[in-house]
Design a protein around this ligand. Structure first.
Ligand code: PHE
Length: 374
């Protein structure tokens, strides 16, 4: 009897190994187009995380299916649908721009497929959704961090620059203004731009006439860099402060001297990263890319790690890692996850509660200023 059993057990083991499956995770990123740097840096971090770990506890192999949406909302939604319907992915990672994640979220929600955005910070991305989670903080938090930092440095009057085309910018402007006013600051005016604009003559003339202590720029780096150049060209001396959408090497490449002193809130700065998780990632990043680790890649790696953890927890509970309900429940229930970008706790709404850093452009490089806890 004993022998029979062990043969049966051995057979089970063999067939178990043979049955090791592929578990698919879909990834939607802007790999080309105007915000390609967002997608490329996300992919850079994801590649490191994937190389380090792509096996689940039960021997299944994780496969990534990466689609480029060219930074377009309609394409982001289409890619999401395709990943779910044609590729049968268990979970989806993406997007970066809040507007694009907001186009994806209803698709994932309808198909009851867990989606995690690593970088979209607008509260509406997860609002009212059961299947959408994020690995980053939200804009009411980073807007308040920027406002309070500005006030703490004695900048009492501000002009806010809002990109009307980006939900991210609209929401972040609102958050900044609320906290800035609450802290005793005065918002002199909000001026509007649109992603893709190149000429900010009207806006910089308005700013110049108002003499603000500080300019709060809540858009993305392509416009931020040009606006800063044009502002300096007409003699505007006020410093800039922005959000996570500003902190890209392209800001400095395009902005040059005009962005010296440009401050912004961000998710991660390797200079301040002390945890073992962050140190290991930074080491691998340097070895592979020979440059400083950016926050976007670190966020993507964290979102990926959170999906793997959720899948492994399903296996522990005797469920399949492809059980979308189970994976979603574990993702939404993430507590005390020691990520690269910090310790991540997911709240009731699917948002990560975690710290932010403030950085500044100094001598043509991004320098760390401070860390702010929630
Ligand atoms: N937070 C931005 C958004 O929601 C995206 C972003 C994240 C950009 C991190 C740069 C760095 O649209």
């Amino acid at each position: 009897m004993k022998k029979v059993l062990s043969i049966a057990a051995a057979t089970m083991l063999v067939s178990g190994a043979l049955m090791a499956k592929e578990v698919k995770i879909g990834v939607v990123l802007p790999l080309t187009g105007p915000i390609a740097a967002f997608g490329q840096t996300s992919k850079g971090g994801l590649d490191i995380a994937y190389a380090q770990n792509h096996k689940l506890k039960n021997g299944d192999t994780v496969k990534l299916i990466v689609l480029d949406d060219r930074g377009d909302k309609v394409e982001a939604a289409t890619a999401t649908k395709r990943l779910i319907d044609k590729n049968h992915v268990t979970a989806i990672l993406g997007e970066v721009a809040s507007s694009n994640s907001m186009a994806m979220a209803p698709v994932a929600e309808k198909a009851k497929t867990p989606m995690i955005t690593h970088a979209s910070t607008n509260p509406r991305v997860t609002k009212g959704k059961k299947f959408v989670t994020r690995a980053c903080f939200i804009d009411p938090f980073q807007g308040a961090v920027a406002a309070n930092y500005a006030l703490s440095k004695g900048y009492k009057t501000a002009v806010v620059v809002t990109d009307m085309k980006q939900d991210y910018s609209v929401g972040l402007s609102k958050a900044f203004k609320k906290a800035y006013k609450k802290g005793g600051g005065k918002v002199l005016k909000t001026v509007f731009i649109n992603s893709g604009d190149k000429d900010f003559n009207a806006q910089v003339s308005t700013i110049k006439a108002l003499h603000p202590d500080i300019i709060d720029f809540t858009g993305y780096y392509p416009e931020g860099a040009l606006l800063a150049r044009q502002a300096r060209a007409v003699g505007v001396k006020a410093p800039f402060i922005g959000g996570d959408g500003s902190g890209f090497p392209e800001l400095i490449k395009i902005g040059g001297k005009a962005v010296e002193g440009f401050m912004y809130t961000d998710h991660f700065n390797e200079a301040a990263a002390k945890s073992p998780e962050a140190k290991a990632y930074v080491k691998a990043f340097h070895a592979k890319y020979h440059k400083a680790a950016d926050s976007m890649g670190a966020l993507a790696a964290d979102a990926y790690g959170m999906i793997l953890k959720a899948m492994n927890e399903c296996i522990d509970a005797g469920k399949a890692p492809t059980d979308k309900m189970c994976v979603n429940k574990n993702l939404r229930g993430t507590k005390n996850y020691h990520g690269i970008t910090g310790v991540i706790n997911i709240d009731k709404e699917g948002n990560a509660v975690k710290s932010a850093v403030v950085n500044v452009v100094k001598n043509g490089k991004f320098a760390y200023l401070t860390t702010v806890n929630p």
